[in-house]
Design a protein around this ligand. Structure first.
Ligand code: TXA
Ligand code: MG
Length: 358
């Protein structure tokens, strides 16, 4: 049985938080909101509890998880050889959507890090995550609270759909505010490398770490990947997803043509796009024979990448729930959190990226 505990996002009731904290201290699994996405938490010092996370998610044990702590002052309880740069990043971005890769403290079981000698650490800013960490008095290991290869959950309902019955508690505080996962910054290499673009944009990181590089594994450019197999499989929708990048008009022309021909040949087509793209697509799709087979879903707008990030995963889940055969997705620009949006969509597309400029 999974218990849902509803709390106010800003002022969670202390006795509700204590209820969830007690489950964590007893080795249980608690899904809880952070400002990015919901996490599936367990006591990071308890190898049996950590093993239950991998099991519940269906996550390969080769995929390391992020350890959450209440305060940067707790960093040395989970990491060693902490460089000055880490403290500078902590001062600039914590609490917040930045995960630092550091050397792991031996008190933290190796399984948390999938056997690596390093560890991912983050201080979340969400008041509920903060209250839970403080109350539990433990570092909490928590990957995103989705079944493996599903989009990260941005509300408690997403967690329920994926994990009801296999975890102990869901702390429900409504939707998360950022909507994509944290930026992962690896400080165990020189120069530092961004392993995953996320909630904190590159230019903000560059102000503290001017020499920072993007990892080859992350997808930070509009270049289609020469070898899709090299992409980390992040989220594979049931439907085959293709990503279109470029100007609104160029994307609308190309995407509409593909949507129409696929609908005409009998596929159920889902279109996922920002507001501007949907406006440009409407007249082009209206002309489609079999237009009834084309379903559109908006995520935010190109003018507001923060809104697009907030809505992206819920929109993907909705389209996937409509049992479409294919999803044709229009990307945003790369500015700010747009880099993270394009990264997640590129991974979902497993390399099927069309540059529609012209
Ligand atoms: O915003 C977030 O980061 C959310 C919330 C819950 O904090 N967490 C999250 O965790 O998204 P997730 O499911 O993405 O898993 C953690 C990822 C791993 O897949 C891996 O890419 C990276 O973090 N990671 C963790 N520890 C690492 C390490 N020691 N070395 C390299 N990468 C690591
Ligand atoms: Mg995840």
């Amino acid at each position: 049985m999974t218990r849902t505990i509803r709390v106010d996002a800003r002022h969670p009731d202390p006795s509700s938080i204590e209820e969830a904290a007690a489950v964590l201290r007893a080795g249980g699994l608690v899904a809880f909101p952070t400002e990015t996405v919901y996490g599936l938490g367990a006591n990071a010092y308890d190898p049996a509890a950590v093993a239950r996370i991998f099991e519940a998610k269906g996550r390969p044990s080769t995929d390391p998880m992020i350890v959450h702590i209440a305060d940067a002052r707790d960093l040395r309880t989970v990491a060693v050889d902490v460089p000055a740069l880490a403290m500078a990043c902590a001062a600039a971005f914590w609490p917040g959507a930045l995960t630092l890769i550091l050397q792991r403290h031996r008190d933290v079981p190796a399984s948390v890090s999938a056997g690596l000698s390093t560890i991912g650490v983050r201080v979340p800013s969400h008041p509920v995550a903060q209250a839970l960490l403080q109350r539990a008095g433990l570092p909490i290991a928590a990957p995103s609270a989705n079944r493996f290869s599903r989009p990260s959950p941005t509300c408690a309902e997403h967690v329920r759909v994926d994990l009801d019955g296999v975890i102990d508690v869901i702390v429900d505080a409504g939707s998360t505010t950022i909507g994509v996962e944290s930026t992962i910054l690896d400080l165990t290499v020189t120069p530092a490398v961004i392993r995953r673009p996320g909630g904190i944009p590159l230019d903000a990181i560059q102000r503290i770490v001017p020499e920072v590089r993007m990892s080859h594994q992350s997808v930070d450019t509009a270049q289609p990947q020469p070898s899709p197999g090299q992409l980390l499989r992040h989220y594979a929708p049931r439907a085959r997803l293709t990503l279109y990048l470029g100007s609104v008009d160029a994307v609308a022309d190309r995407l509409a043509a593909d949507a129409r021909s696929q609908a005409a040949s009998g596929s159920r087509v889902g279109v996922l796009a920002p507001a501007e793209d949907l406006l440009a697509l409407a007249p082009r799709l209206a002309a489609a024979a079999g237009g009834g087979r084309i379903m559109t879903r908006r995520y935010g707008s190109r003018a507001d990448h923060d809104e697009a990030a907030r809505e992206l995963f819920a929109a993907l889940r909705e389209l996937d729930g409509e049992a479409v055969d294919v999803i044709l997705a229009a990307g945003t620009g790369h500015a700010g959190i747009g880099a993270a949006i394009v990264d997640r969509l590129t991974r979902a597309a497993e390399g099927r990226v069309i540059l529609a400029n012209g």
